[in-house]
Design a protein around this ligand. Structure first.
Ligand code: NAP
Length: 279
């Protein structure tokens, strides 16, 4: 198997197939390819709108499949990456073809127990909750503790996904909240960058400069917190000198209930019905 994907130890996965090739699947496929761990020639995908699929196949380099059947025949490890409300119908269509294969699911609201109830016992299951920064290898990849992969296979898949960012294992009961914070979080961080860029523009910065300042400030602050291991409150205290300007900005955010707004954004995510079509 000279040109097969080679990770540490025994190797199982040869080909990876995506059911659905939208934002998340595209981020994963591109991340795997860019990381150098999985060549595009070993990635397959199926999605109903074939013209759209062909366009992303041309851009990313994977092989487009004309049907679910073609995809499940081509790939030994399958990633479920369509919308959560579509998963059940897709499973009905390919349950038999998934026998003996590994199914990795990134669908919000789907967990090991839910798949186990619907799939053949020979299908090995692992639910993973990624986020879109995986595209630039700065993602969060939540792995559900409950799974039915073989130990070496799981280690290999965690290593593959680890190329896209930080892998974290969570008990099934915490996958929902983990996914809300890490999966929806990029949109909230985007909003914050946009807002600070607007503020910069309000006081005269050119739009592009304002955006770059806001983006790099968020990135740098996150890196500083991660690398130093310091609590964000400690880092905030260090840049708020007594009677200074930064503490005035912090107080303005507190007055506007910034923290409460952040927590309420997660309340809104957690209270949403995942069976709705707009998920
Ligand atoms: N976006 C995120 O940040 C994020 C984060 C964590 C988890 N996720 C999970 O990732 C999954 C995909 O989300 P997304 O944002 O990538 O959605 P998306 O961009 O709308 O992509 C959905 C994909 O599913 C395909 N699809 C629709 N019906 C299908 C069917 N019957 N069989 C196979 N494929 C079908 C669509 O194909 P057509 O375009 O041809 O219709 C499209 O390629 C969801 O389950 C979501 O919960 C997303």
């Amino acid at each position: 198997m000279p040109d097969a994907l080679r990770l540490k130890g025994a190797f199982r996965m040869n080909t990876l197939g995506f059911i659905g090739m939208g934002n998340m699947a595209g981020a994963l496929a591109e991340g795997f390819i860019r990381s150098g761990r999985l060549p595009a020639s070993r990635i397959y995908a199926y999605a109903p709108h074939q013209e759209k699929l062909a366009a992303s196949a041309a851009r990313i380099g994977f092989t487009a499949c004309a049907s679910l059947k073609e995809l499940t025949a081509a790939a030994d490890t399958i990633v479920m990456a369509c919308k959560p409300y579509q998963v059940e119908d897709v499973l009905k269509a390919c349950r038999e073809d998934l026998r003996g294969k590994a199914l990795l699911s990134v669908a919000l609201g789907w967990n090991f127990a839910r798949y186990t109830a619907l799939l053949d016992p020979s299908t090995r299951i692992q639910c993973i909750m990624p986020n879109t920064p995986a595209l630039v290898r700065e993602g969060v990849l939540l792995f559900e503790e409950a799974h039915s992969l073989a130990a070496d296979e799981r280690a290999e898949i965690m290593e593959l996904f680890g190329a896209l960012g930080m892998t974290v294992e969570l008990p099934s009961a915490l996958m929902g909240i983990g996914g809300a914070v890490a999966g929806c979080g990029p949109a909230f961080a985007d909003l914050m960058m946009e807002a600070y860029a607007d503020a910069g523009v309000k006081y005269g910065l050119p739009r592009e400069t304002a955006l770059r300042l806001a983006e790099q400030t968020l990135l740098g602050s996150a890196r500083l917190a991660l690398q130093s291991g310091e609590h964000p409150g400690v880092l905030k205290d260090r840049v708020t000198s007594p009677g200074g300007t930064t503490i005035r900005g912090v107080c303005a955010l507190e007055k506007a209930a910034f923290r409460s707004a952040c927590i309420e954004s997660i309340d809104a995510v957690m209270s949403h019905d995942l069976k709705r079509r707009d998920n």
